[in-house]
Every structure is written in C-alpha cells, then in structure tokens.
Design a protein around this ligand. Structure first.
Ligand SMILES: Nc1ncnc2c1ncn2[C@@H]1O[C@H](COP(=O)(O)OP(=O)(O)O)[C@@H](O)[C@H]1O
Ligand SMILES: [Mg+2]
Length: 306
C-alpha cells in the first residue's frame, strides 16, 4: 500500500498567553486512514484540530495538508476539509435542510448542486423525516448526525470529527459509528478526537494519546494495548489478603489499585490469568480484555475521564 502523507505536523505548538496548549508535537496522517487523537479534557485535541483546519494560527512549528502550508494556504485547505466541531453550532432558527443549504454558501457550490447534495446527505444520515423541522426539536443524536452531514457538503478529502459522540446515548453513538465506518469505506481520511477509548479502538487505524499538550504514545490501538498492558487484566475486589496473595502468585506483574479493585497486568498469554482462579477464590474476580484506558492509566497515572 502506498503511504501518501496527507497531514504532517512538525514541532506543532500553540500557546495561549502563558499556557502551552499544544507542546511541540509531531505526527503524520496518511491518505485514507482513520487517525485518532485520544486524551482527557484539556489535552489539546481541539486546539490541534483548529490548527489543522487552518482557523487558528500556529505559535510554532509547521503543519501541512496535502502539501499545503496551513499558514499560507488557508483558503485552499478549507475547501478540502470537512469539520464536525465539538460544539453544536447549528443555526437554531433554520430547518435541517436550510442548515445544509446555508452552509453550502461558504463554498463554491451552485444552489442546484447544493440541494442535491443536501438531500443525499439527509438520506445518508437518516434524517428524512426531519428534513423540514426546526433544529431545536431534534434529539442530541440527530443534531450530531446533521453536523456530520454538514461537514460533508463540500465533499471533503479530510473529515475532522471533534468528539463526534460525546454525551450521546449508546444507540445514538452506534448509529454515528456506522456512518463514520461507511465514510471510511468510501476512502475519506478521517481525523477524530475522543476521550472514549472504545470509540478510538473501534474507529481508528492509528492514534496518538495526548496529555497536557504532549504526545505520550502513538500506534495502532491493539498494538498499544498489547505492548503496555497485555491482552487480559484480572480484577479482584480489594483486600489486604487478596493483594498479598496476588503479589506472591504474580511476582513480575504490575499490580494496581483502582478504586476498590485490584488490577493485575501480568502480560501473559490469554488464559494464564484464569489459572489462579482455579486455585484461589477471590471476591469479585473478573478477567476482561485490556483496553486503551488501561494504557492511559499506566502512562499518565490517572483515568482518561479525570
Ligand atoms: N481560546 C483559548 N484561550 C485560552 N486557553 C484556551 C483556549 N482554547 C483552549 N485553551 C486551553 O488549552 C488547553 C487545551 O484545550 P483543548 O484543545 O480544548 O483541549 P481538549 O480538546 O483536548 O479538551 C486547555 O487548558 C484549555 O483551557
Ligand atoms: Mg476538545
């Protein structure tokens, strides 16, 4: 597979007065891949997205999209990028269709073509029944889908989704994930931010984990999990006794206490952790697949939601 670099950042930096929101980060995003920025609130994800969209000037470093410098070619960049921003900035006085039509005016799209595109996207996002309804009467999930539809009006090569499902219920999230996967299959390059590890694991080919403006790790979700925490985690309800026993049984393992649980990361092949449960009975014992949250906890020493 040829690996065309579509987005390239070198020592990308953004400061707000004294605060370093993005601290000299490097990354490369290839054409056709889905690339994630995973990190807790305040990590610098949105600030990075705004620089990629060329709507926020850089404090330092360089950033190019399709070979174009964001500082010099803002107009051309905006034409090839579609953005679903973190905040809901739909026009509340307009209907679903009108919101899409008004947005098309920012681009060089004829009214006729905009109408066809808008109708197509309304169908794609399953909003047909709401086509002529005022935005204020839509559910959170519908509004998110409309924001996603709007981001597609200019047929972008690069789609930026800043926390596409934050605050939505599981059903609404799954519907949006399905739509995003559809777009991925069509070859759209997707850049996504999230603080949900399941979302990142489901949608991203590669991701970076950010904290305090810095990249603390990067790679494929499954590789990161395997490298840092192994495939499985044993969880047991905390007691001094259980702790003592687990330490003896797994002398080389990383053993953490999270809330009222003990977590054992033994980095052993699947099935090995279960053997201890044949010999010792622990309260609340559970073996589960390890995930990106475990990786973040290990690297940052705290939860993604903190
Ligand atoms: N316009 C701004 N002015 C001042 N500080 C900002 C501004 N935008 C973001 N920040 C700060 O930059 C940091 C990163 O914010 P942001 O990029 O929104 O993080 P994330 O999207 O990962 O939650 C935070 O500390 C935030 O308060
Ligand atoms: Mg944000």
């Amino acid at each position: 597979m040829s690996q065309d670099v579509l987005v390239k950042a070198e020592k990308l930096t953004k400061k707000f007065n004294g605060l370093v929101a993005v601290d000299s980060i490097d990354f490369e995003i290839f054409k056709g891949e889905s690339f994630g920025f995973l990190g807790p609130n305040g990590a610098g994800k949105t600030t990075t997205m705004k620089m990629v969209q060329s709507i926020s000037p850089l404090t330092g470093g360089t950033l190019t999209l399709a070979g174009m410098d964001v500082t010099e070619q803002g107009r051309k960049i905006k034409a090839i990028v579609g953005v679903a921003p973190q905040e809901d900035n739909l026009d509340p006085d307009f209907t679903v269709l009108q919101n899409l039509m008004v947005y098309a005016r920012y681009f060089d799209i004829s009214k006729e073509k905009a109408k066809t595109k808008a109708e197509e996207l309304i169908r794609f996002m399953q909003l047909e029944e709401k086509r002529d309804v005022i935005i204020t009467s839509l559910s959170g999930g519908m509004r998110r889908r409309l924001i996603l539809a709007r981001a597609l009006m200019n047929e972008p090569q690069i789609l930026i989704l800043d926390e596409p499902t934050t605050g939505l219920d599981p059903q609404a999230r799954h519907l949006i994930w399905t739509k995003i996967r559809n777009l991925q299959k069509q070859g759209v390059t997707v850049i996504l931010t999230t603080h949900y590890m399941d979302e990142a694991a489901q949608l991203c080919d590669r991701l970076i984990i950010m904290d305090h403006g810095k990249i603390i790790e990067k790679g494929r979700p499954a590789d990161l999990v395997r490298a840092h925490v192994g495939e499985e985690v044993l969880e047991v309800l905390f007691s001094e006794e259980a702790m003592h026993c687990l330490k003896q049984y797994f002398p080389d393992a990383r053993i953490d206490v999270v809330g009222d649980k003990i977590q054992v990361f033994a980095n052993k092949p699947r099935g090995v952790l279960a053997k201890v449960l044949d010999k010792v009975s622990f309260k609340g014992a559970l073996i589960r697949d390890s995930n990106l949250e475990d990786v973040f906890l290990k690297l940052a020493g705290r939860s993604l939601k903190d």
